[in-house]
Design a protein around this ligand. Structure first.
Ligand code: ATP
Ligand code: MG
Length: 775
C-alpha cells in the first residue's frame, strides 16, 4: 500500500491545532480564504487515518453539491480508502438519503419524488385554485414562501400562529398542500429537512442508532444555517457527537432566507465550546484584493471581529471600469477575458459574477457571439428548462402515474384536444373521490373523457414498452411516443429545444456510466446495514434492510429511472455541461460562496443593483449586501475587476444608474481606474449586438466545462459466499449476459453491479437475482 500523504505537513499552527482538536464540539471562526474548508476536510482525513473514527461514523455537511463532490475528491486523494459511500453532502442530499432508507417510517412511497421550486409553485397554485381563492390576494409564489418559511421554522400548519384572517387562510392552503403532496407521493426541499428532523425526534430507536453512529459531524459555512438546520444538527449529534463547525460571520448572506448568524453564538453556548479557534492568515488572495475586502467589511457594525492578513505581495491593482451601457460593459469583459486567456489563464479559472440572474443575459450574448465557451451556474438550470421538464414529467408518470403535478404539465402537451375545462372537470372528480387524476379519468364523460383516457393509455403503453430497457432507451422511446420530438421539430425555437432533449439523453447516459448509476441514490440502505460497524438496534437494522426491496422478478434494487429522476431534482443546481471543455464560469455572487478563481469580475456595481434596491432602506439589509460584496471580492486569487454602467436594460426597461456606494468604501490606493474606450449604443458593436439579441440567438446553450470526477476505487468484496468475482461473465434470465463490475456486502446483503451491455449497468441483490457464471 502506498504511504499516506503527510496530512498535516502544510498547515500553519492554528490550522494544525484546529485539525487535531480533541473530539469535542468546536467552532472555527475565520475570514475568507483562511483555510476553513481545507481544515475541515483535513480533519476528516486525519480522524480516519488515526483510527479515531471509521468512514461510516462521519457526517459532513456542505453548502452545494459542487462543494460536496470536491470534498470527496480531495478526501479520496488523501486516503487510501473508498470515500464514495460516506455521508458527505448538502443538507438536502443527506435528508434524501435518510428518507430513502426510512421511507416506510417516514410514511412516504418508496419511489417518492422531489419537487423543485417551480414545481412547488404550481402545486401551490393548484391548491389555491381548488380552494376557490383569489390568486391576486393569495399569490402562489408568496404562499409558497409562506409554506417554505413555516417549514424552515419547524412549523406544521397546526403550529403556525393564526394572527389574522389572511394567515388563517394561508394555513388552510398549507394544510391542503400537504395533503396533496402526500397523496401524490412528492416532497419539496423544506419537507426533506423537516420530515427527517421529525422522524429523528419521534422515533427513539432511530435516533439512538444515528446518534451512536455519527461520532463526528462537521459543518462548513455554519453561518448560513437556519433554525431548522441547527435543530436538525443537534438532533443527529445527540449528547455525544463532536460537532466541528466552521464559519465566517462576515459571509452570512442568507438572512433573507432565515439563516441566523446567531446560531454561532448559540452553538458556542449550548455545546459548551471551550475555545473558538481563529485563523487569520489568508492563503487565497494578493494584498490589494484582501485590503479591499478588509476595508469594505470594516464598515459593518455588527461583527464578531477578526483580522485577515496575507504574506503574498500586493499583486495587481484592482481594476475598475465604467461603461456607458451594459453592452459596453459586456464587450469590455469579453476583451479582458480573451486577454487573460491569451496570457495562459484557463477559462475555468475566470469567474463573472453578478448580483441578479437577469444580468447574465447580455454577458452570455457577448460570449456566445464571440464563440467563447461558458458555463452558467444557477439561473435557469438545465433540469428546469421547459422542454426538459416536460420530458421529465413523462418519465415521472412512467414511474408513478399518480404524480398529478407531472400529469397536469403534460396532459395536453403536445396538444391533444384536452381543454382547460375538461382538466377542471377531472380535477373536481379527483377531489371528490380523493384519488389521483390518473385514477379519475373514467369520471369525465364525452369526447374529453375519451381523450383523457387516451392519454392515460399512452402513458401505460410507454411503461409497458420500456420495461427492461436501458435508461437511454426508455428516454428515447418516451421522447418519440409522447410526441415531444415531433412537436419540437415543427416549433420555431425547436432546434435548441431538441438539442436540450438530446442533452437529457446524454445526461442520463453520463449518470449511468459515471455514477455507477447513482449509487448514492440507489444502493444506500444496504450500505447502511453493511458499512456501520457500530452495534445497531435490531428494529433499525430490519427497517434499513426492508428499505431495499429488490424487484421480485429481476432482483433489481431501484430502477435506474427512479434513481435518475431523484438525481435530476437534487442536482438541478448545476447545469449539465460537456465534459472536459474549458469554459468561463458565470454565476450569481450567492452561488460563488466557498469557491475561488484566479480572476474574478464583479459586474453591475450600481446603486439599486448592488447593493440591491430592496436593501437600501434598512441597515440590516445594507449590511447583508456588504457581506455579499465581501464574499464576491474574496473569491479572487490573482486578479479582481469591478465594473459598472451608466445605463442598463433590465426587465425590459432602461435604467440610468449611479455607481455603487461600495466604491467609496474601498481603499483608493488598491484601485486602478481604467479609461473608457469608445463605446455606447451608437457604436457598430452595439448595433450588431442588438440585432443578435432580437434574432434570439441560441444564447445560454449548453456549453460547459463539467469536470469528470475521478472515480473512487472499487470496494473490496468481503468474504463472498456466492462464489462470484469482479470481472466474471454471468448470465441473468432477463438481461442476458453481462460482466460483474463490482461486488459488495455479504450474505443476504450481497449485491453486484453488472454491466449488461445493451441493457446498461445494474445493481442487483444477489439473494434474489439469479446469476449463473458463464465460462
Ligand atoms: P471561504 O471562506 O471562502 O470558504 P476558506 O476559509 O474555506 O474560504 P479554503 O478554501 O479552505 O478557505 O482555502 C483557501 C485557499 O487557501 C485554498 O486554495 C487552500 O488550498 C489554500 N490554503 C489554505 N491553507 C493553506 C496552507 N496552510 N498552505 C497553503 N495553502 C493553503
Ligand atoms: Mg470554505
Amino acid at each position: 500500500m502506498s504511504s499516506p500523504t503527510p496530512l498535516l505537513a502544510n498547515l500553519n499552527d492554528e490550522q494544525h491545532e484546529a485539525v487535531t482538536l480533541p473530539p469535542r464540539p468546536a467552532l472555527i471562526l475565520a475570514g475568507a480564504g483562511s483555510g476553513k474548508t481545507r481544515v475541515l476536510t483535513t480533519r476528516i482525513a486525519w480522524l480516519i487515518q488515526t483510527g479515531q473514527v471509521s468512514p461510516g461514523g462521519v457526517m459532513a455537511v456542505t453548502f452545494t453539491n459542487k462543494a460536496a463532490k470536491e470534498m470527496l475528491t480531495r478526501l479520496g486523494a488523501m486516503l487510501p480508502i473508498p470515500v464514495r459511500g460516506m455521508w458527505i453532502g448538502t443538507f438536502h442530499g443527506l435528508c434524501n438519503r435518510f428518507l430513502r432508507a426510512h421511507w416506510k417510517l417516514a410514511a412516504l412511497p418508496q419511489g417518492f419524488q422531489i419537487l423543485d421550486s417551480s414545481d412547488q409553485v404550481s402545486a401551490v397554485k393548484r391548491v389555491i385554485k381548488a380552494m376557490n381563492l383569489d390568486e391576486e390576494r393569495f399569490v402562489p409564489k408568496q404562499v409558497t414562501w409562506f409554506i417554505a418559511g413555516s417549514k424552515e421554522d419547524g412549523l406544521r400548519p397546526k403550529d403556525v400562529q393564526a394572527r389574522d384572517e389572511n394567515t388563517r387562510t394561508m394555513i388552510r392552503v398549507y394544510e391542503a398542500y400537504e395533503e396533496q403532496c402526500q397523496r401524490e407521493g412528492v416532497v419539496d426541499f423544506a419537507e426533506l429537512m423537516l420530515r427527517t428532523y421529525e422522524l429523528m425526534r419521534d422515533n427513539e430507536a432511530l435516533r439512538e442508532h444515528y446518534q451512536r453512529r455519527f461520532r463526528h459531524i462537521l459543518v462548513d459555512e455554519f453561518q448560513d444555517t437556519n433554525k431548522l438546520q441547527y435543530a436538525w444538527l443537534k438532533m443527529f449529534a445527540g449528547p455525544q457527537a463532536a460537532i466541528f463547525a466552521v464559519g465566517d460571520d462576515d459571509q452570512s448572506i442568507y438572512a433573507f432566507r432565515g439563516a441566523q448568524v446567531g446560531n454561532m453564538a448559540q452553538f458556542e453556548r449550548e455545546f459548551k465550546v471551550e475555545k473558538v479557534i481563529k485563523l487569520e492568515r489568508n492563503y487565497r488572495s494578493f494584498g490589494n484584493i484582501l485590503d479591499s475586502a478588509n476595508e469594505l467589511i470594516s464598515r459593518n457594525s455588527r461583527r464578531l471581529g477578526k483580522n485577515l492578513r496575507t504574506e503574498a505581495g500586493p499583486g495587481e491593482p484592482v481594476r475598475v471600469y465604467e461603461s456607458t451601457s451594459d453592452f459596453g460593459e459586456a464587450q469590455w469583459l469579453l476583451e479582458e477575458i480573451q486577454q487573460l486567456h491569451r496570457e495562459g489563464m484557463p477559462r475555468s479559472d475566470i469567474a463573472l459574477l453578478y448580483r441578479s440572474n437577469a444580468q447574465s443575459r447580455v454577458i452570455e450574448s457577448a460570449l456566445f457571439n464571440a464563440g467563447v465557451p461558458y458555463k452558467v451556474y444557477g439561473g435557469l438550470r438545465f433540469f428546469e428548462r421547459a422542454e426538459v421538464k416536460h420530458a421529465l414529467s413523462y418519465l415521472r408518470l412512467i414511474e408513478n402515474p399518480n404524480d398529478d403535478t407531472s400529469f397536469l404539465r403534460v396532459v395536453n402537451f403536445p396538444t391533444r384536444g384536452i381543454g382547460a375545462r375538461s382538466v377542471e372537470q377531472l380535477q373536481d372528480a379527483a377531489r371528490v373521490s380523493g384519488r389521483s387524476l390518473c385514477q379519475s379519468v373514467g369520471a369525465v364523460t364525452g369526447k374529453s373523457g375519451v381523450n383523457l383516457q387516451g392519454f392515460v393509455r399512452m402513458v401505460d403503453d410507454m411503461r409497458e414498452a420500456t420495461r427492461g430497457l436501458t435508461l437511454r432507451e426508455i428516454i428515447e422511446h418516451m421522447l418519440h411516443a409522447s410526441g415531444l420530438v415531433d412537436f419540437y421539430r415543427t416549433d420555431k425555437d425547436g432546434k435548441e429545444r431538441l438539442e436540450n432533449l438530446e442533452e437529457l439523453v446524454n445526461a442520463a447516459e453520463a449518470f449511468v456510466t459515471q455514477e455507477g448509476f447513482g449509487k448514492d441514490a440507489v444502493a444506500l440502505p444496504v450500505d447502511e446495514v453493511a458499512a456501520v460497524s457500530a452495534p445497531q438496534t435490531e428494529s433499525v437494522r430490519q427497517e434499513l434492510a426492508a428499505a431495499v426491496t429488490p424487484d421480485a422478478e429481476t432482483g433489481e434494487i431501484m430502477s435506474p429511472l427512479a434513481a435518475f429522476l431523484t438525481h435530476a431534482s437534487l442536482e438541478a443546481g448545476d447545469n449539465q455541461a460537456q465534459a472536459g471543455q474549458d469554459a468561463i464560469q458565470l454565476m450569481t455572487v450567492h452561488s460563488a460562496k466557498g469557491l475561488e478563481f484566479d480572476a474574478v469580475f464583479i459586474t453591475g456595481l450600481e446603486e439599486g443593483l448592488f447593493p440591491h434596491e430592496n436593501s437600501l432602506s434598512d441597515v440590516d439589509g445594507l449590511e447583508e449586501e456588504r457581506r455579499l460584496m465581501y464574499v464576491a471580492i474574496t473569491r479572487a486569487r490573482k486578479r479582481l475587476y469591478l465594473s459598472f454602467s451608466q445605463t442598463r436594460m433590465l426587465h425590459g426597461q432602461t435604467r440610468y444608474n449611479v455607481k455603487s456606494r461600495f466604491f467609496d468604501e474601498l481603499p483608493e490606493p488598491a484601485l486602478k481606474w481604467i479609461t473608457p474606450r469608445n463605446q455606447g449604443f451608437g457604436s457598430g458593436f452595439a448595433r450588431e449586438y442588438q440585432s443578435a439579441w432580437s434574432r434570439g440567438s441560441g444564447m445560454g446553450s449548453m456549453v460547459g466545462a463539467g469536470r469528470v470526477e475521478p472515480r473512487a476505487p472499487a470496494v473490496v468484496p468481503r468474504a463472498p459466499s456466492h462464489g462470484l468475482r469482479a470481472g466474471q461473465s454471468v448470465f441473468h434470465n432477463k438481461f442476458g449476459e453481462g460482466v460483474i463490475v463490482t461486488l459488495e456486502g455479504s450474505g443476504d446483503d450481497a449485491r453486484a453491479q453488472v454491466n449488461f451491455g445493451r441493457h446498461g449497468t445494474k445493481w442487483l441483490a444477489l439473494s434474489v437475482a439469479k446469476l449463473t457464471p458463464v465460462e
